[in-house]
Design a protein around this ligand. Sequence first.
Ligand SMILES: *Cc1c(COP(=O)(O)O)cnc(C)c1O
Length: 362
Amino acid sequence: MSDRKHNFNAGPAALPLEVLLQAQEQFVNYGGAGMSIMEMSHRSGVYEQLNEETQSLLRELLNIPDNYHVLFLQGGASTQFAMVPLNLLTGGKVAAYVETGSWASKALKEAKLIGETAVVATSKPDEYRRMPNLTNLVLPENAAYVHVTSNETIQGTQFKSFPDTGSVPLVADMSSDIMSRPIDVSKFGLIYAGAQKNLGPSGVTVVIIRDDLAGGAPEHVPTMLRYETHVKDKSLYNTPPTFSVYMVNLVLKWIKEKGGLAAIEKANAEKAAVIYEEIDKSGGFYRGFAHPDSRSPMNITFRIASEELEPLFVKESEKEGFVGLKGHRSVGGLRASAYNAVPLESCRALAQFMAEFRRRHG
Ligand SMILES: *Cc1c(COP(=O)(O)O)cnc(C)c1O
C-alpha cells in the first residue's frame, strides 16, 4: 500500500488500513446478507446485533460500569455542546466550564444560550498553552455540572488527570482523545465524542451517560435532543448512521486486537515522543506550542522560529507524502495529529523530514 499517504489530518483523520480493507471486503455483501450494511433496515436483526455488539465493545474496552448507557447519536460533538445544557442545566442551576482552548470556548458559548454559566478555571492568560490545575477547583454552590475538554485539538494540550468533583457531575468532551488511553469512567457523569478523530468516520457521536442523568430534561426540550429518548430506544429511536456505527465497530475490534487501551496508550506515547524529541533537540528551530506538562500525544502543535518558513514546510512535506500538517486556521503554525490509527512509521518519517528540513533551512 505504498500509495497511502502519511496522514496527520486533524479530523476526519486516519483510519487503520486493516479496518479499511475489511470494510472493502464486506462492502457489497455484508456477512452473506446479499447487500451492504448501508442498504439494510436499522430494524433488522443484523443491524440490531451490530448496534449491540458495538456498545458492548465500548463497554469492555473502556471498562464502563453497568449504571452507564452508551449512545450513538448524530450532529457531532457540536450538537452535544447544546444537548448537555439542554438536558442538565435545569432548575436555575449554574453550569461550570473549564476554558482551555477553542473547543472548550465553543462548548461554553452554547451553554450560555441556554442558561447561566461560570468559568471556574481558564488558561486563556497562558494563550491556552497549558491545562489549568484543577486540584482546588471552587464550584458555584448550585452547579449543575462541570464541563472539561480532555484534549484541545487545535492548541494541542491534554489533561493528564481529572478532578474529583464530588456530587457535581463531571462532563467531558473527549472527541480528540477518546480510546487513546484508559480512563476511569466512574469519575464522569457524561462523556461525549465525535467519532472522526479516534473512533471511525464522521457521522456518529458516542455519548456515555450515567443513568441518573438521563431523565431530567425539561418538558420543552425536543424529543431528538433528550438523552432519555435515545436511552429508551437503545440509539434506535430514528434512523442511526448505520455505516458509521459499523466502521466504529471495526475500529473497536482493531483496538482490542492491539491489546486494548493500555497498549494503545503506550504506542501513542512512543509515536508522539519521536516528534516532540525532534522539536526539543532542534535548538529553537522548532518551537512546541503547548507547555511540556500539557502536551497532547494526539495533536502535536509547533511553530518554526522563522515563521515565514512554515508555508514552505507544508509544501515540501506534501511533496514527500505527508498530509495535514498545516495548523488550524485560527492559530496558525503547524500541527501533526497522531491519532490511534497513525502508524509509528509515519511519525518516524515525519521526524526525519523535520530534521532534514531543519538541516536545509536552519
Ligand atoms: C473536532 C472536535 C469537536 C467538533 O466535533 P464535530 O463532530 O465536528 O461537531 C468538538 N470538540 C473537540 C475536542 C474536537 O476535537
